[in-house]
Write a protein that binds this ligand. Structure first.
Ligand code: AMP
Ligand code: ZN
Length: 148
C-alpha cells in the first residue's frame, strides 16, 4: 500500500492515529469527521493514498462508492437521516484541505437549513452545452450534436 508519511488519512487507515471507524471493505474505510457538520457526518477514503478522484484506479473507485452506499443506508436506518448530501472537494480550488480522496456523507433533514450542491458556485456558466459536451467527449467538436 502506498502512503505519504504526513497524510493524516493514511495514518488513520494504518491505525497509527485514532478515528471513530464506522465501516470498511477491502479497499475503503469509513470514519466520523472529527468536526462534524451534523451528527453522523462520515468520511469515506480509499485505503491507498490517492489525492484526486481522477487518479483512483477501478478497484478503489468501486470500493469507495460501495462503502459510501452502505454508510448512507446506516445513516438512514440508524440516525433517521431523511436524505444524505454526498460530496467530494476534489482539489484545492474546490476546497479540498486533506490531500487524500475523501467522500463526505452528510445526513440531511428537510428543516436543517442547509443548501444543496447548486449553492456552491456563484459565477454563471458561459459556454454552450453543445461545446462543453463535445470537449468532455474528447471530440473537440464545439458544434457537435446535443445528444443526451
Ligand atoms: P476537505 O479536505 O475540505 O474536504 O475536508 C477535510 C475534512 O477532514 C474536514 O471536514 C475535517 O474536519 C476532517 N478531518 C481532518 N482531520 C481529521 C481527522 N483526524 N479525523 C477525522 N476527520 C478529520
Ligand atoms: Zn493519504
Amino acid at each position: 500500500m502506498s502512503t505519504t508519511q504526513d497524510c493524516i488519512f493514511c495514518k488513520i487507515v494504518a491505525g497509527s492515529i485514532p478515528a471513530h471507524r464506522v465501516g470498511e471493505n477491502e479497499g475503503a474505510l469509513a470514519f466520523l469527521d472529527v468536526h462534524p457538520l451534523v451528527d453522523g457526518h462520515v468520511l469515506v477514503v480509499p485505503k491507498t493514498h490517492v489525492g484526486l478522484v481522477a487518479d483512483l484506479d477501478d478497484e478503489a473507485a468501486a470500493a469507495v462508492f460501495h462503502l459510501a452506499r452502505d454508510v448512507t443506508r446506516a445513516q438512514r436506518a440508524q440516525l433517521g437521516a431523511e436524505a444524505v448530501t454526498i460530496g467530494v472537494n476534489d482539489g484545492p480550488a474546490a476546497g479540498q484541505v486533506v490531500p487524500h480522496v475523501h467522500v463526505h456523507l452528510i445526513p440531511r433533514h428537510a428543516a436543517d437549513g442547509g443548501a444543496n450542491v447548486h449553492a456552491i458556485v456563484s459565477t454563471p456558466a458561459t459556454r454552450s452545452l453543445d461545446a462543453v459536451a463535445a470537449l468532455l467527449r474528447g471530440a473537440g467538436d464545439a458544434g457537435g450534436s446535443s445528444g443526451a
